[in-house]
Design a protein around this ligand. Structure first.
Ligand SMILES: O=c1ccn([C@@H]2O[C@H](COP(=O)(O)O)[C@@H](O)[C@H]2O)c(=O)[nH]1
Length: 235
């Protein structure tokens, strides 16, 4: 069976008005929407409920990282929103990831929980010199993915460049959600480990997360459709 592939749009806006005006551009499709800290901290959980009510699937990207008890209690509140996907940082330990998963299971939500391995804005050089993680970045990503699998999570956030490595360690059914997506002529900005939608498909990502290459485009709908063509349909 072929696994589902989809494009998640990172709706990194600060207001409900901007977000809804952006989503209104999509008259023929209902994109999978990623809501992050910027929007949630500005508009609160009602924003999530409203976007869900419009029929969009939602990845609530809040990257929890705290002691297990705190994460479990916070995750319980997230689970009550019944979003499709949410996440924690794998660096928070297996015990913390298990606590987050327990909260979702206790609520009975259908939310898939995934863990951030290494942010796509982190280079191997910085990981070694600032974070004092003295391993190749690919090994760290694989190791954190394995920890997430041991904790019972559904998958990880990693760079598209690492999707195949993660599948080799954790199996094809383990989900890889990959930000760090740019069209060839786009500026990378703060991202480091990046590639194009077409290359992400080739390497084996399950979901690509695309922000500025769609939201800052002069024609966001055309850029979204280009992502669907290149990543989902392989055209
Ligand atoms: O490792 C990570 C984890 C999350 N993100 C999020 O994805 C989008 C990417 O936005 P772009 O504009 O396409 O760079 C953004 O919301 C990040 O918070 C990530 O980039 N890397």
């Amino acid at each position: 069976m072929t696994k589902e592939k989809d494009v998640m749009i990172a709706c990194d806006f600060s207001t409900k008005a901007e977000t809804m005006a952006f989503l209104d551009l999509f008259t023929e499709e209902k994109p999978y929407v990623k809501i992050g800290m910027e929007l949630l901290y500005a508009e609160g959980p009602d924003m999530v409920r409203e976007i869900k009510a419009r029929g969009h699937k939602i990845f609530l990207d809040l990257k929890l990282h705290d002691i297990p008890n705190t994460v479990k209690k916070a995750m319980r509140n997230i689970a009550l929103l019944d979003v499709d996907m949410t996440n924690v940082h794998a660096a928070g330990t297996i015990e913390m990831m298990k606590a987050a998963q327990e909260a979702i299971d206790e609520v009975g939500a259908h939310t898939q929980l995934i863990a951030v391995t290494q942010l796509t804005s982190t280079s191997e050089e910085r990981m070694r010199s600032e974070l004092w993680i003295d391993h190749p970045i690919a090994d760290t990503v694989q190791h954190y993915a394995r920890n997430a699998e041991i904790a019972g999570l559904a998958g990880v956030v990693c760079s598209p460049l690492e999707a195949d490595l993660v599948h080799r360690v954790c199996g094809e059914n383990f989900i890889t959600v990959t930000p760090g997506i740019r069209f060839a002529d786009d500026a990378k900005g703060d991202q480091v480990r990046v590639t194009t939608p077409a290359k992400a498909r080739e390497i084996g990502s399950d979901y690509i997360v695309v922000g500025r290459s769609i939201t800052a485009s002069s024609d966001p709908v055309a850029s979204y459709r280009r992502c669907i063509r290149e990543f989902v349909k392989g055209e």
